[in-house]
Design a protein around this ligand. Sequence first.
Ligand SMILES: [Zn+2]
Length: 310
Amino acid sequence: MRLLFIFLDGVGLGADNTETNPFSGLEMPILQSLLGGHRLLAASAPYIGQRATLLALDAGLGVNGLPQSATGQAILLTGINIPAEIGEHYGPKPNPAVAKYLLNGNLFNTFTKAKRKSALLNAYPPGYFQGVDSGRRLYSAIPLAVTSAGLPLFTKDDLFAGRALSADFTGAGWTGMLGFPDAPVLTPHAAGAKLAQLAGEYDFSLFEYWASDYAGHKQDMKWAVEQFKIFDGVLGGLLDTWKDEEGLILITSDHGNMEDLSTRRHTNAKVPALLIGSSTARASFSSGLKDLAGIHDKILEAALPIPSDK
Ligand SMILES: [Zn+2]
């Protein structure tokens, strides 16, 4: 069964407080319909509905301090409690100690070795590659994992040809901030349908969304609300196109941040794991899942089953 992993950076399950938590006041009709009318809040988990399951996962893993992106993402990609091994949460970009774990093996590597198709669905602008090539920019954990598996990072050409998605889903950032006026711009619904279509070409695909962590650091309620209105539209297009009998969607995060705009730092909040798919696939993925370190094995169980003769 294929698995689509939508990674939302810096999204925890927070309090029902419209002053500090964008998820508290914002209407997200698609998400709320999945959650039986509930919002993406701490009080809403656990929830098991017709098409979706919401779990609250521990991101601290018994290590003091606030969880960070390099270790958090590396935990998701390797299943190893790296903060416990190196003695700290570390981020945002992997240092050599964290990179070592990713280079030793990660989800993308495992799928590649098993001759299964996997991809990171984000398209990166030319400036990103120039930064990496010149040494000015370090890979974050997810692109590091992808490239270490010998897989390509998608480019502007892939975006224009419809083989990849913009990091903001719709492509508005390419025509605006990035300065490519002829870049394709999709409605949120069309971007969600495109995401489902692209995921349909792989056994395992990942889409990385970082605007949530950014909004948290900037403590920008207005921007956070605008981004997640778009995200709800994307979910609508995704759900209209996705076939539950063919695959499972996982939406989770590395640590809290955006759900508490009273601080510009990360939080110790539990993170949501939203599963969308058949009730049997969701039950099996949820079973015994308590923290971020459990996600890796669950993804392999769902999308890369061990042959029964072994
Ligand atoms: Zn951050």
